[in-house]
Ligand binder design. Structure first.
Ligand SMILES: [Zn+2]
Length: 79
């Protein structure tokens, strides 16, 4: 059984902790953070993360070179 957490947004006990990829920045400075811990709510459909995680993402956005490694991967775009 998965632990249900009360959603901060809708107040229903329908949120759970998940890891999702998050994209920070854009263009040449775009960084993909593959495993970002966040809450996902099946009631209101929102994903949101803690202030501590948001701060770390801000740091990555501010100084992408300091905290990233280069990997090559395929990118798909919807047409
Ligand atoms: Zn919710």
């Amino acid at each position: 059984m998965t632990t249900q957490i009360v959603c901060k947004l809708c107040g229903q006990p329908k949120a759970r902790a998940v890891n999702r990829p998050q994209i920070v920045g854009k263009g040449d400075a775009m960084v993909i953070v593959p495993n970002v811990p966040m809450m996902s709510c099946s009631n209101c459909g929102h994903d949101y993360f803690s202030l501590a995680v948001a701060r770390q993402l801000d740091q990555i956005r501010a100084k992408p070179e300091a905290c990233t490694t280069r990997k090559s991967f395929a990118v798909a775009e919807l047409v």
